[in-house]
Design a binder for this molecule. Structure first.
Ligand code: ZN
Length: 272
């Protein structure tokens, strides 16, 4: 099993270049492309081809996030550059269905889309203003091949509950519920070849600095922490568990979706 670390969308929220007090660095969309013996598995997609063609389908938050609209950054473009075909991606795991994570699923219409059951239940009726903003119907209009997983199954793993193998995945790949940022937010754990664990934690935090109480956060990140989580208390509990994980001797590396430094640790030229 080999993991490619892709940036499938650069964002400059709140005009980060000229308002550094709000956000000092661009945000990325850190996705995994996993080569197994038989096929490719994509963890999150970032923005997709249809978003490039019709950015208004992203709704009001697209301007706020300052998405770069770079056609070289779609997962499809990068997978093609690596010499694969779209149909080689037979499975996609979505940490959640937010527009900056699920925008590219229509580029892989044959793929099975794994997600947790409460996520699909929240995204399909889109009740409430926040759900209307974050879940974009255009991303799901091609009738995706959903494979929903219940939250309450699996086992305990290093302080996290409900961790489980998935039948069609290699055994060194695990699904881990991380409810909080959204109703059905999840993470993906991988046993890397060097005996290290890698943990894709989606939007459990936006900046790695959130795991360190001694670091001060910029205004923009503080605003996101206050407003973007579906269940703030559960999201902060996840952050505490993740903080404990990285401050112990556990040989584990976290990959959150939007922290450029974490992406750069695995992709020295992170395709910004
Ligand atoms: Zn996100």
């Amino acid at each position: 099993m080999k993991i490619h670390h892709l940036n499938c969308g650069t964002m400059c929220p709140w005009g980060c270049h000229w308002l550094p007090q709000l956000s000092t660095v661009p945000m990325v969309c850190h996705c995994w492309l996993i080569e197994t013996k038989t096929h490719l598995i994509l963890v999150d997609t970032g923005f997709g081809t249809s978003d490039l063609k019709n950015p208004t389908q992203l709704g009001p938050s697209a301007r706020l996030f300052g998405w770069d609209r770079n056609p070289q950054q779609t997962a499809l473009a990068q997978i093609t550059r690596l010499g694969f075909k779209a149909t080689d991606v037979r499975e996609i795991v979505l940490t959640h269905l937010d527009l900056d994570h699920a925008g590219g699923i229509a580029d892989f219409p044959e793929a099975i889309i794994h997600l947790l059951e409460p996520e699909l239940s929240a995204a399909q009726p889109r009740r409430g203003l926040m759900n209307k903003i974050r879940y974009r119907p255009a991303h799901f209009s091609h009738n995706p091949k959903w494979q929903v997983h219940p939250v309450a199954t699996g086992e305990a793993w290093m302080g996290f509950q409900g961790v489980r193998e998935v039948k069609t995945w290699p055994p060194e790949l695990l699904l881990a519920p991380l409810i909080g940022h959204t109703a059905g937010h999840l993470g993906v754990i991988a046993k890397a070849s060097n005996e290290k664990w890698l943990f894709h934690v989606g939007d459990s935090y936006y900046s790695r600095d959130e795991l360190d109480s001694k670091r001060s956060l910029s205004l923009g990140y503080r605003y996101l922490r206050l407003t973007a989580h579906h269940n703030r208390s559960m999201a902060l509990q996840n952050q505490q568990r993740l903080s404990q994980l990285v401050h112990t001797q556990t040989p584990i590396e976290l990959c959150s979706s939007h922290d450029l430094r974490e992406l750069a640790a695995h992709a020295p030229t992170p395709n910004l």
